[in-house]
Design a protein around this ligand. Structure first.
Ligand code: NAD
Ligand code: TYD
Length: 355
């Protein structure tokens, strides 16, 4: 399969979604140069890309999207005609502790990247595309009914979602003001292999393996709409190639779960896979102090993406969850490596005194 792009910059390609996206593009488009720019924060891990690191069309650059000089030289050196912007600080709990880190990378970093694209493309926008990967959290929180559509007004409520909303606005503003060809997609919660174990599902998988408490915020009644990460990156690929310039696409698969139900399903599947008696892992569930400003419910209406581009998710949730658990059980070294040292400090700070 071919893409009309010759040279693509992926930012944040060593993270969770970025590594799946980079793998898909490097393997699917061997004639296209893929440059992965990543700062390798705690969330970035080159182990995530071991299987493609020697591919001829793949280049890794360690660097910060806030570094304007570096971006300028990369645009000069590699003449990018596409940008897939994934780099971000992505964890809501960390944004509550340190909002400025989110302003720096998500807002200033995105604007710095937009400036680099604007200067690099210098008014010649033929065949160019700046694709911004964003979240449904920019729309705020839903009650028991209704869905986020592309027309839902922005109402971000956490420092994370506020920083992402701001970056979305800047991307659209650069389209309207300077004519840069952009597309924005807003996706629901992802899950799957290489998910950093600070997020609900991999954190609980790791804790079940080690028979540690499963910390559920509040009463576990909050609802998230979960999508397997490979389905997300396939949607990005489709939108990147077939989407309309200047448009926004919501990505999600109508797969809503209350946190408590998802953790019960996880416990059930893991007891079977680990050969433990039914009910063993459920005993680890521990209700802890709620997240400040915890959004109640997210749910995406993907009608536009489905009707315009024919996308639909490939996996049922139970199957995706089973594949995810199998991956973590088969990759305990990866899990142990990312949960040593700094992670233990983070875990202590985030969860001690919460119970
Ligand atoms: P992640 O935290 O796993 O990875 C982020 C990556 O960005 C890491 O590799 C990190 O090293 C890199 N990075 C961070 N700051 C950087 C900087 N200043 N310069 C260069 N690289 C930097 O995040 P993720 O979950 O893979 O999310 C990727 C994108 O998708 C984010 O923009 C996020 O807002 C969006 N998103 C995530 C989800 C989800 O459920 N995880 C859902 C919808 C949208
Ligand atoms: P998370 O994976 O952090 O994603 P997001 O906040 O971006 O949706 O959290 C998913 C849900 O799980 C959210 O409602 C918060 C909740 N949660 C817990 O109950 N316990 C935890 O330890 C974590 C990390 C999250």
């Amino acid at each position: 399969m071919e893409t009309n792009h010759k040279s693509i910059l992926i930012t944040g390609g060593a993270g969770f979604i970025g590594s799946h996206l980079t793998r898909l593009f490097v393997n699917k488009y061997p004639g296209t140069r893929i440059v992965n720019l990543d700062k390798l924060t705690y969330a970035g891990n080159l182990e995530n890309l071991k299987d493609i690191e020697k591919k001829e069309n793949y280049i890794f650059v360690k660097g910060d999207i806030c570094d304007a000089e570096l971006l300028k030289s990369l645009f000069e050196q590699y003449s990018f005609d596409g940008v897939l912007h994934c780099a971000a600080e992505s964890h809501v709990d960390r944004s509550i502790t340190d909002p400025l880190a989110f302003v720096n990378t998500n807002v200033l970093g995105t604007v710095t990247l937009l400036n680099a694209a604007r200067a690099g493309w210098n008014g010649n926008f033929e065949g160019k595309l700046f694709y911004h990967i964003s979240t449904d959290e920019v729309y705020g929180s839903l009650g028991a009914t209704g869905f986020f559509t592309e027309k839902t007004p922005y109402d971000p409520r956490s420092p994370y979602s506020s920083s992402k909303a701001s970056s979305d606005h800047f991307v659209r503003a650069y389209h309207h003001t300077y004519g840069i060809p952009v597309i924005v997609s807003n996706c629901s919660n992802n899950y799957g292999p290489y998910h950093f174990p600070e997020k609900l599902i991999p954190l609980c998988i790791n804790n079940i393996i080690h028979s540690k408490p499963l910390p559920i915020y509040g009463k576990g009644e909050n609802v998230r709409d979960w999508l397997f990460v490979e389905d997300h990156v396939k949607a990005i690929d489709l939108i990147f190639h077939k989407g309309r310039i200047g448009e926004t696409y919501n990505i999600g698969g109508h797969n809503e779960w209350k946190n408590i139900d998802i953790i019960r399903e996880l416990c059930k599947q893991m007891d079977k896979k680990l050969g433990r008696p039914d009910g063993t892992s459920e005993k680890l569930i521990t209700f802890v102090k709620d997240r400040a400003g915890h959004d109640l419910r997210y749910a995406i209406d993907p009608t536009k993406l489905t009707e315009e581009l024919g996308w639909k998710p490939s996996l049922q949730f139970e199957e995706g969850l089973a594949r995810t658990i199998d991956w973590y059980l088969a990759n305990e070294k990866w899990l142990n490596d990312v949960t040593s040292g700094e992670y233990m400090k983070y875990y202590e700070e985030m969860y001690s005194g919460r119970g």
